[in-house]
Design a protein around this ligand. Structure first.
Ligand code: ADP
Length: 299
């Protein structure tokens, strides 16, 4: 960690570089001496400061300034679904560190079997490994002329949030929230098409309202016929591992919510149900309009 601290200070000094190249600068100076010795994340630091919240400075100029947003939320909440929809709407890349980790796993590189063990137990991989993967992804995007981003699954520790803060400005952090009883069912119902990578969900969530608390219905998101025979389940979507991922979220990632709340950047969003109810409300909360969605709804 001390090494990272020194590196971060060095990166912070390069104030004139662009955000992506700052990441690259971080990454290149971050080349780890012995990555295999430190693949798994260490326990959380106690340095998270809990300050009062400020008003949220929502930018209104998405068309001129490519957004730099972060999506936070428990496993199964739907970060990938909404981050990916917004990235298409706002023409910025959706960068999910979970996807980067899974790509690395399937590449059968030297680290992949050790990474698989960590991920399949629901643990976090080390900040260094994640920063390296993310830097490579940003660098590749920059070479293709990408700008802005919606990050999904990063930062997931206070340390990662501090590193990110040291290299670029985040405009907004959307904290997606869903009732606890729906999260496990959503993870267990998740299916992925092994051919096109499409994400589906076979769970039908129907929570009855009781004692004044409202019910909630989330329809399954079924695959089209050409994907139906090619569906796979993520190895870390078993009941035991999802429970561990939730536990780790509360321990390591929930403090990141407070990190951004105290900086006035956190937008709390309670998902009211499935995509048809939630998407328009999320757009409203973000002061955005989806003309395609309106047209298809009107058709
Ligand atoms: P989830 O559905 O739990 O949000 P993701 O698909 O985002 O899961 O990530 C899958 C796994 O990849 C995580 O359980 C963790 O092992 C690893 N991972 C992804 N992002 C990070 C990160 N920022 N820091 C550490 N580990 C990460």
């Amino acid at each position: 960690m001390a090494v990272l601290n020194r590196l971060l200070l060095r990166v912070g000094a390069r104030a004139t570089t662009t955000s992506h190249s700052k990441f690259r600068a971080f990454s290149s100076s971050c080349s780890i001496v012995n990555p295999e010795a430190d693949l798994k994340a260490s326990p959380p630091s106690s340095s998270s400061s809990l300050l009062g919240s400020k008003l949220l400075p929502l930018r209104q100029d998405h068309h001129h300034h490519p957004v730099q947003w972060v999506f936070l939320g428990c496993p199964g909440v739907g970060k990938g679904t909404y981050a990916s929809r917004l990235s298409k709407l706002l023409h910025v890349p959706h960068i999910a560190t979970g996807d980067l980790v899974r790509d690395e796993l399937s590449s059968s590189g030297p680290l992949s079997s050790q990474l698989a063990e960590i991920v399949n137990q629901g643990q976090l991989v080390s900040d260094e490994i994640i920063i390296n993967l993310l830097s490579k992804r940003l660098e590749a995007g920059e070479a293709k002329g990408e700008s802005g981003f919606i990050l999904d699954g990063f930062p997931r520790t206070i340390r990662q949030a501090e590193i990110l803060e040291g290299v670029t400005d985040i405009d907004l952090v959307v904290n997606l929230k869903l009732r606890e009883e729906a999260l496990l069912a959503k993870c267990l119902g998740r299916r992925i098409c092994s051919e096109c990578g499409g994400n589906y969900n076979v769970a039908c969530i129907d929570i009855k309202g009781e004692d004044g608390s409202p019910g909630m219905y989330m329809a399954p998101l079924l695959p089209p016929p050409h994907c139906a025979s090619k569906l796979i389940t993520r190895p870390d979507d078993t009941e035991e591992v999802v429970k561990e991922r939730l536990r780790i979220y509360y321990e390591m990632t929930q403090p990141v919510e407070e990190f951004y709340r105290s900086r006035g950047k956190l937008l709390e969003f309670d998902l009211p149900g499935g995509i048809p109810e939630s998407w328009p409300k999320l757009l409203q909360a973000l002061h955005l309009e989806d003309h395609d969605d309106k047209q298809s709804a009107a058709a």
